[in-house]
Design a protein around this ligand. Structure first.
Ligand SMILES: *[C@@H]1O[C@H](CO)[C@@H](O)[C@H](O)[C@H]1NC(C)=O
Length: 332
């Protein structure tokens, strides 16, 4: 009897251990986006876009701090030069801020303003590549923003290096809502999401020049009846599988970028899932940002956790170390 009980317990344990576990990490904010993990400080940074806030969650102490930058704020990309210097987008401009992750910001320096030809556009997403180039996208806005409510074709994806800081290079143009970006382990493929296309596009990527070519759709959301919503933020794991947040879909999906197979679907208690990134000391925790922006009062009652930062564990894989932006000299 005891042996049976023991076997039963082990089976249950193994089963539970294999299943992803979703943890709510913070209380809800308005519109969480752009999570990024810095292993130098054990901080998980993310933004509250429309509230103009940058937040830092300390994985070791569980402390959450925030600063306000005034204006739509995203993305946040740690700088290579110094763990306390962060590159951040506010409206159409890129700034460097000096911040230790506490509640005081020490300095803020304007670096460049993008898309002057589209004055109502704003920066939407960004990431650094292995060479430290900053890839940052502008989005055409017109009043209330929704996946269908942007000025069409006014988006531009730029890349910025130290040398092109004053003249960022348009890389993909036009786009509608430039979002998820990821590079594979071999650093010769670039994965990209323009949200309204409901798909993930793969480009060949020249790691020396940063030039992308040969776009091809590798995942088409409309071919999968089990999921809905809009592809938003994205990351990649050590096996080169992609993890995509589905805005208004309530799930994070894992997809195989060469076969296009939908490998895993993980539900969260919020339908507006905005982005994902790997973090934690072993890069095996998938941090997920969500939003309550635009939810009706009834939906907010149904989804009390919407807008929280979540962490998913037990995924049996992990991420690759993130890349730092290398676009400024050490001293601000
Ligand atoms: C942007 O959206 C419009 C309207 O849906 C569409 O006609 C256009 O082709 C889209 N642009 C791109 C680059 O996908």
């Amino acid at each position: 009897m005891l042996v049976l009980l023991l076997i039963f317990t082990i089976v249950i344990y193994a089963f539970a251990f294999d299943k992803p576990i979703v943890h709510q990490v913070t209380k809800p904010i308005d519109h969480g986006e752009g999570p990024v993990w810095d292993p130098r400080t054990n901080l998980l940074y993310f933004v509250d876009v429309y509230e103009g806030r940058v937040l830092s969650y300390n994985y070791l102490t569980h402390k959450l701090n925030a600063i306000c930058l005034h204006g739509n704020t995203t993305p946040i990309v740690p700088s290579k030069s110094n763990p306390h210097v962060l590159i951040v987008g506010v409206e159409r401009s890129v700034f460097a801020i000096e911040w230790t992750g506490e509640n005081i910001i020490y300095s803020k320096k304007h670096l460049v303003t993008l898309s002057n030809q589209f004055p109502t556009s704003r920066i939407n997403d960004g990431k650094a590549d292995k060479n430290g180039r900053l890839w940052v996208a502008c989005l055409g806005t017109m009043g209330f923003e929704s996946p269908n409510g942007v000025s069409i074709n006014e988006g531009i994806l730029y890349s910025i290096t130290k040398d092109t800081l004053n003249y960022p290079l348009p890389v993909i143009q036009p786009v509608n809502i430039s979002n998820g970006m990821a590079w594979n382990k071999a650093n010769n493929k670039f994965y990209y999401i323009d949200t309204p296309t409901l798909s993930v596009t793969e480009y060949d990527y020249n790691k020396e020049s940063g030039v992308i070519s040969n776009p091809k759709i590798v995942f088409d959301l409309t071919k999968h009846e089990s999921i809905s919503g809009f592809p938003d933020g994205m990351t990649i794991d050590k096996d080169d599988n992609l993890w995509v947040a589905l805005l208004d879909g309530g799930v994070v999906i894992k997809i195989h970028p060469t076969t296009g197979d939908l490998l895993q679907i993980i539900a969260l208690p919020a339908k507006r899932i905005t982005s994902v990134t790997w973090g934690g000391p072993h890069l095996d925790i998938l941090f997920v940002t969500t939003s309550q922006h635009g939810l009706s009062p009834a939906e907010k009652i149904r989804e009390p956790a919407a807008g929280s930062l979540f962490a998913i564990t037990n995924l049996n894989t992990n991420g690759l170390p993130m890349f730092y932006a290398d676009i400024i000299e050490e001293i601000l």
